[in-house]
Write a protein that binds this ligand. Structure first.
Ligand code: ADP
Length: 482
């Protein structure tokens, strides 16, 4: 008989409440897909300042040990897409700030304490509300201490005797490595601060805690799963990952078609589908107007929607902008992130008016509009755990041109002109030369309208549903419970 599982999803960001990247999308859409498969799912996240005050308060106050103090937390409740209960943990001294992790001066100096508090609060939440999960699914370093607590402080607590943990790596580049002094705040004994434990080159690593103590580890694509176990791409964590290689699995993320589907997207000027692409032309026209582009129909609009960080291959674009634009394209960038890159692209707006447009900021609605109105989507990442935006691009008939790494390698099939198979363009080396060669290839296919249309349709008809991914996670949950 199929067992109905109780699953608690924990994350520092969940769409649509707080988002800095793909993590938020996964931690919203995967719980929804698990619920569709018939399981009982709840989500827990911090209550940041930006999160509505009008949510229903839950009449349970949590008492959370942090060092030798007891900190209070209050609970609020809402639902994801009206379906999955989501709980917000409120403690304004930790989370009552407009940003999630830091401000213009850098990371918040108390990030270790904030997420020690959050991790313990998650376990206290379970007990206080009587929700006894079969699986606690933790995501990234912010929740890395939860698996450790389950195997130490809560090990003899009968409430958690059949609870198992799954820890997902969304980006190994972010590890939550802090000063050793934070061990005391986490109430973790010094004996765990060893190279076999949570010590990582002299620091206390929250990510490593998750990697060592979770029952099952996952990451967000099969290729990234292999890459992070190598010295070149392991961010010094490859040894730990190889040690746990038997328990580490790559599951490709999906696309939530209630929110990312041009057929029913209320954020774009005109809806369209693979059967009727006329609405995409309208979206394109509006985009040309919005960014005052001098566009000709034989000249594709290329877009990027991205964090402005080195990981995303932005240096290649910043350094090679002249050569890229010389190919006769329009380029729109929607991005936010590193100050120097934001400043650089703002300057380029003035240098290439009509051909290049950078919108600096994080704007969900604009992301949908740019994706719908563009022809090509560019993602030249140095490394990419999964990447969601290229999968959204497929759905919107905006052909991806990506560097063949991690999830980009797994989610995009190289176009083959001979049999019209494939969904996009891929290049291997992190060089401007390779990028330009692939761009030239894309432009020659773009000239042939019927080839381009079949390429668009191949992408639009690709099935990257979350339901497939959720089934794979379920198998892993059952493995954790064996
Ligand atoms: P990462 O998580 O590494 O940032 P992903 O491609 O997995 O990259 O996910 C990025 C998510 O954030 C996508 O939903 C994308 O649309 C969104 N996004 C990135 N930058 C912006 C921005 N400037 N404005 C709006 N949405 C953005």
């Amino acid at each position: 008989m199929k067992k109905k599982l109780k699953i608690l999803f924990t994350s520092s960001e969940v769409h649509p409440f707080a988002k800095t990247g793909g993590l938020a999308d996964v931690c919203s859409f995967l719980p929804l897909a698990l619920k569709r498969l018939g399981h009982e799912v709840r989500v827990v996240m911090p209550k940041y300042k930006s999160i509505s005050k009008s949510f229903q308060p839950v009449r349970v106050d949590l008492k959370v040990p942090v060092g030798d103090k007891i900190k209070k937390a209050f609970l609020f409740r809402s639902r994801l897409q009206n379906k999955v209960p989501i709980y917000f943990i409120e403690n304004n001294s930790y989370f009552g700030r407009p940003q999630l992790y830091g401000n213009q001066h850098g990371d918040f100096p108390d990030n270790a304490e904030r997420f020690i508090f959050f991790s313990r609060a998650i376990l206290e939440f379970c007990e206080s509300t009587g929700f006894c999960p079969d699986i606690i699914h933790c995501n990234d370093w912010q929740t890395g201490l939860v698996p450790l607590y389950l195997k130490t402080h809560y090990q003899d607590n009968p409430f958690f005797s059949s609870t198992r943990s799954v820890f997902s790596i969304h980006n190994l580049g972010y590890q939550g490595n802090f000063l050793k002094e934070n061990l005391a705040l986490a109430n973790i004994p010094d004996k765990l601060f060893t190279p076999d434990g949570v010590e990582f080159y002299g620091r206390f690593s929250f990510l490593k805690a998750g990697l060592l103590f979770a029952d099952i580890l996952t990451t967000v694509s099969p290729s990234y799963c292999r890459e992070i176990q190598t010295k070149e791409n392991g961010f010094l964590m490859d040894g730990v990952l190889r040690l746990r290689s038997k328990d580490l699995h790559g599951v490709l993320n999906g696309v939530d078609e209630t929110e990312w589907n041009p057929k029913n997207d209320s954020l774009i000027p005109s809806r369209y589908s693979a059967q009727d692409l006329s609405g995409k032309q309208k979206c394109r026209k509006e985009l040309i107007q919005r960014f005052a582009l001098d566009s000709h129909s034989n000249q594709p609009i290329v877009c990027m929607i991205t964090r402005l960080s080195q990981q995303k291959g932005i240096e290649l674009i910043a350094g090679g902008l002249n050569e890229i634009l010389n190919k006769g394209i329009n380029l729109i960038i929607l991005g936010s992130g590193e100050q120097r890159l934001e400043d650089h692209f703002r300057k380029m707006n003035a240098k290439f008016p009509g051909q290049f447009a950078a919108h600096i900021g994080f704007d969900e609605k604009l992301a949908h509009q740019i994706l719908a109105g563009s022809d090509l989507f560019l993602m030249p990442s140095l490394y990419e755990p999964c990447g969601l935006t290229q999968m959204y691009a497929l759905k919107y008939g905006t052909v991806p041109l990506v560097r063949s790494v991690g999830g980009l390698r797994d989610s995009i099939k190289k176009y083959n002109a001979k049999n019209s198979q494939g969904t996009g363009f891929k290049f291997s080396q992190n060089t401007l030369k390779d990028l330009l060669l692939e761009l030239a290839r894309a432009l020659s296919v773009y000239k042939n309208k019927s080839s381009w249309k079949s390429l668009m349709i191949n992408g639009m008809e690709t099935n990257n549903s979350w339901d497939n991914a959720a089934k794979k996670y379920l198998r892993l949950y059952l493995k954790a419970l064996q």
